[in-house]
Design a protein around this ligand. Sequence first.
Ligand code: GUN
Ligand code: FE
Length: 444
Amino acid sequence: NIVIHGTYFTSKNVNEVEFHEDHLICIDRSGTITRTLSPVDAEYSQILNDARQAGRLIELKPNQYLLPGFIDLHVHAPQWPQAGLALELPLADWLNHYTFPLEAKFADSHYARRVYQDFVHQLLSHGTTTAMMFGTIHNDANVELARQSVTQGLRAFVGQVVMDNPEQTPDYYRNQSSVSALHATEQFIKEIFELAKKTSSTVVPVITPRFVPSCTDEALTGLGQLAKQYDLPVQSHLSESNWEHGYAIKRFGIHDTAVMDHFHLLTEKSVMAHGTQLTSDDLTTLRQRGTTIAHCPISNVYFGNGVLAVKKLLAYGNSVRLGSDISGGYSPSLYHNIRQAIKSSQMLTDGVDSSLATATRGVKDSRITMANAFYLATVGGAKALQLKVGKIAPGFQADFQIVNGHQPLMKLSIADVFQRLMYQTEQQDIQSVYVAGKRVYERE
Ligand code: GUN
Ligand code: FE
């Protein structure tokens, strides 16, 4: 149906990026990429001319580039109004004094609509085309988040948050009981299934125990059963901080990974955020279950009490992908999170103890490359959600962003152009964003 003409970047595998200059990308009516052609292909000129004459050609300007849309695997939509606030607090204080009071406001669906309308727009305008999101405990507000996503064209995995443990949640923001929490989740699942059917959009309900501290055993049991009954993805936080990791040990005598596993919440459709405190036994369990770890590098600087050893985990064979964790992370931009992932890995390599200038600092060989991080944010993330997106290649959905490069002031190879794009691109450099071949954002 439409044809794009220009230069594109896409992940080949976790270690390599492909560069394709002056190519054609053909997209059918369903929004699937059917073929890509290089200038030496026989039909190149004819397809280019036909599309141009039929007004079906999207022609990239000089210095514009096509990239896959990003996949954000961990983000709290209701926390958008406080992005950037109170990051100097420890996790528990930040939750109790900022996050829970803010999320409680989403009992008001009008407020929810106002925030979610803006937030979905923010994600798209930063180049994110698929997001796995936490909502709040409120059905109506969560359905509003799903609706906004459908209306604006974001592929959305939306979670109805469960938090029913009176010992770790405030009176003003808690499910009344485990029974009512499970009932609300099931209700939400049905509403989202209905919405997905009616609109034929990618909008998926997600089983969402907030994290081990906030949930009773009854809630965790019921959520594990619902995940199985409806074959749904699960999202939560895992071994995020010293406090959270220690809490599970105190309550259960085992790590939170083992707790989640006990309640059947670790599957190949599960995405667990953070994991900075995971041990090798925990990682083995996650690997055996096929569960993904959403690495949230900006958030981890503030709340993680550690740096996730991304390179080591990938070498072990664990699925590690990327999340912004708004508002534990302050930026909805996966560009910013890609940069932080690389910076944090370099700091892990070199160590941070400046009092001892010895060769024993740091964890050798921890550095990840731009190609690694780009993979996590694109086709890697898509695999965790079992979606055919995140790659510019035949058979994949046409989810992508067109980015304006900065004026080059020296000769740059195409590989250099890619590096600079990844380091320099800000929201205002993103010209347009497409999901399933349809434009969902255009810069004014
Ligand atoms: N742990 C439990 N809830 C949250 C949250 O909202 N953000 C982060 N970063 N960690 C959490
Ligand atoms: Fe989070």
